[in-house]
Design a protein around this ligand. Structure first.
Ligand code: FES
Ligand SMILES: [Fe+2]
Length: 363
């Protein structure tokens, strides 16, 4: 469905997210470094695929299909043995590259070339306490992904200052659209210390295309956004969206810098994990964690509440709307997705469809 608004109409029916395939051949945020303890292996379903994430004793992380090729038992139910993961059923061992290293039941004259037995291996990347995974379209894909993992505007030693993670009972599209929607703030996040519906006023923001997405160009943050006052100085904020469902908010005030990272990661078609991580270079900000944590939880919980209501009604398969200008970022998201999939299918470079423009709305 074409989501391009026309000046005359100003209203477009939104694509039903039913049967929206997941984007492939792209890096997804998978989990936090701290979820993977050395010598441990855990299960996590991503894009409907069971994945065993592990960290060897040496600290190397890996991701394998969480299904033993022998008789299907999850490898995550097993254990780490040196640089391999051992299946709990018959003790077959697999290396981080997915190759079988050991079949304990074999006697010396039983010739099975174990190295030809493989379990699917997913490329992973770890930086700044975040773990990324390459989800290829081709399940036999091995080797290095053609794209580098997202590079965040952080110094290499920066680690999460605050993390809030919630499971949204909805398809990734609704989680992403909710996240980039500027018009819900005064209603959904209607709390005295943030903003109230009485504080609504007209806004104009400049946007331009950026890597696999778009950027709301640097501007002083909304005067009715109370939390920004905490940072002090004259903060400037820049908000970036990047496929498949990543949002970065960079707030700078002099030398002080807060980097807000949000990732929507589809676990299944109807479950999306939303992870918010805040990084900062402000020494005293860590002291505020006991105060900030419940605020972050409340905030994200308010968004979650809306998509939970919404998900109840999606079973009626309604036709939904996207209107100018408040929903234009959502229209861009659908166009970006479509173009990403088309570029993959046609084996050509991705052409960013987002224009440089100003959007106006009241919030
Ligand atoms: S099922 Fe995994 S070793 Fe047999
Ligand atoms: Fe929100």
């Amino acid at each position: 469905m074409d989501l391009t608004p026309t000046a005359q109409e100003g209203v477009t029916a939104a694509a039903s997210t039913k049967a929206a395939p997941f984007l492939r051949d792209i890096w997804y945020f998978a989990l936090l470094s701290r979820d993977l303890k050395p010598g441990k292996v855990i299960n996590k379903t991503l894009l409907g695929e069971p994945i065993a994430f592990g960290r060897t004793e040496k600290g190397e992380i890996f991701a394998l299909r969480d299904l033993c090729p022998h008789r299907g038992v999850p490898l995550s139910a097993g254990r780490i043995a040196g640089e391999t993961v051992e299946c709990p059923y018959h003790g077959w061992r697999f290396g981080a590259d997915g190759g079988c290293r050991l079949i304990p039941s074999l006697v010396p004259d039983q010739e099975i070339d174990a190295s030809r037995i493989r379990v699917r291996r997913y490329p992973v990347h770890e930086a700044n306490g975040l773990v990324w995974i390459w989800m290829s379209a081709d399940e036999r894909f091995s080797g290095e992904p053609p794209e580098v993992p997202p590079k965040l505007a952080l110094t290499p030693e920066q680690r999460p200052g605050l993390v809030e993670r919630q499971l949204f009972p909805c398809p990734i599209d609704h989680a992403v659209v909710g996240l980039m929607d500027p018009a819900h703030g005064p209603f959904v996040h209607n709390i005295w210390w943030w903003r109230t519906s009485a504080s609504i006023h007209a806004k104009a923001k400049n946007y331009g295309p950026s890597h696999r997405g778009f950027t709301m160009l640097p501007h002083p943050p909304s005067k009715n956004g109370g939390l920004y006052k905490l940072i002090g100085g004259k903060p400037i904020t820049e908000i970036v969206f990047e496929l498949p469902g990543l949002r970065y908010e960079i707030i700078t005030a002099g030398k002080k810098r807060v980097f807000g990272f949000t990732a929507c990661t589809p676990l299944t078609e109807n479950e999306t994990e939303v992870t918010q991580v805040f990084f900062w270079n402000i020494g005293w900000a860590g002291l505020l964690r006991p105060l900030l944590q419940p605020i972050a939880r409340t905030f994200l919980g308010q968004d979650r509440r809306m998509v939970t209501y919404q998900a109840e009604n999606l079973k009626y398969d309604p036709r939904l709307m996207l209107i100018r200008d408040a929903d234009v970022p959502a229209m861009w998201y659908f166009r970006l997705k479509k173009e990403w999939a088309a570029a993959q299918a046609e084996n050509r470079p991705f052409v960013n469809p987002v224009p440089t423009t100003t959007l106006r709305w009241r919030s």
